[in-house]
Design a protein around this ligand. Structure first.
Ligand code: NAP
Length: 250
């Protein structure tokens, strides 16, 4: 299957960045949020031809591939029926201060994407795009073969679904590194070596709040190769989920 239409459930920072990359790559996108499609008029106008807004159910049904990119606390509201039979990309991360405490994650019994897979029992869920900040996601995409192309980890239980997601990453401007199953997906979660920091230049010290904001938006990303992604994911040590208190929230 070749992805022609990307459905997006959630059109915030990550959803908008992915929609922009998809339209720039010649795909159609259907964006949605928790409110009415009209509230996405500005985003759709900015994306141009190839973009439209719909309800989450419509975005789910329209997508050859669908991205679930909402706060994890709302994962049980993802439209399971409309997503049945689909490959669903999960970008979500667990941040207890935003998402509330989820006991099975705190106990390390499961990963957040396993929870999502359990809810979407008739979908094939692949974790991707969760370990890069939205600004670098938008600006670090490069065509295949570019020397400064970055790779991103992907994890999932279904090899064919992972291949499909890797093809999408390739089209959008990223290499993919298979880091294992959904049970292994903690290796790219917050507070692991491959999470966010490698793609981001070191922040100069002593910046004011305004300067930090400008630096965040303007600073180019750091390319991270497939070999580096593999090495960083291999180095990960499992800690209690949601313990990344000293990292900025993404
Ligand atoms: N920001 C980053 O750099 C980054 C990086 C990697 C991963 N992530 C993860 O990716 C996910 C999305 O992050 P974000 O920063 O893009 O969040 P965000 O900017 O807060 O956007 C969240 C989006 O989800 C929508 N939404 C919330 N509940 C929904 C529901 N039940 N049904 C449909 N849409 C719903 C919101 O719609 P409304 O506006 O209508 O509420 C909004 O469009 C999070 O889990 C986050 O941890 C973020």
């Amino acid at each position: 299957m070749t992805t022609r239409t990307l459905g997006l459930i959630g059109s915030g920072m990550i959803g908008s960045a992915l929609a922009g990359l998809a339209v720039a790559s010649g795909l159609n996108v259907v964006v949605s949020n928790s409110r009415a499609p009209e509230t996405l008029a500005e985003l759709v106008a900015g994306l141009g031809d190839g973009a439209r807004a719909a309800t989450p159910e419509e975005a789910a049904r329209s997508g050859d591939l669908v991205v679930a990119t909402i706060p994890l606390k709302n994962y049980a509201r993802l439209p399971a029926e409309a997503l049945a039979g689909k490959i669903v990309i999960d970008t979500m991360n667990y941040y207890p201060e935003r998402d509330g405490r989820l006991a099975s994650l705190d106990a390390g019994e499961t990963t957040s994407t396993e929870l999502v897979q359990r809810h979407l029992a008739d979908s094939r869920v692949v974790k991707a795009f969760n370990n890069i900040d939205f600004r670098r996601l938008a600006t670090s995409a490069r065509p295949a073969g570019a020397a400064d192309r970055s790779a991103l980890p992907i994890a999932g239980d279904d090899p064919a679904a992972k291949e499909e997601v890797a093809r999408l990453l390739d089209v959008l401007g990223y290499g993919a590194v298979d880091i294992g199953t959904l049970a292994d997906s903690w290796r790219s979660e917050p507070d692991t070596p491959v999470y966010v920091q490698p793609y981001l230049a070191e922040r100069p010290e002593g910046l004011s709040q305004d300067e930090t904001h400008r630096w965040f938006f303007e600073t180019p990303g750091v390319p991270v190769s497939a070999a580096q992604v593999k090495e960083l994911a291999d180095q990960a040590v499992r800690r209690p989920a949601g313990s990344a208190a000293n990292l900025s929230r993404d």
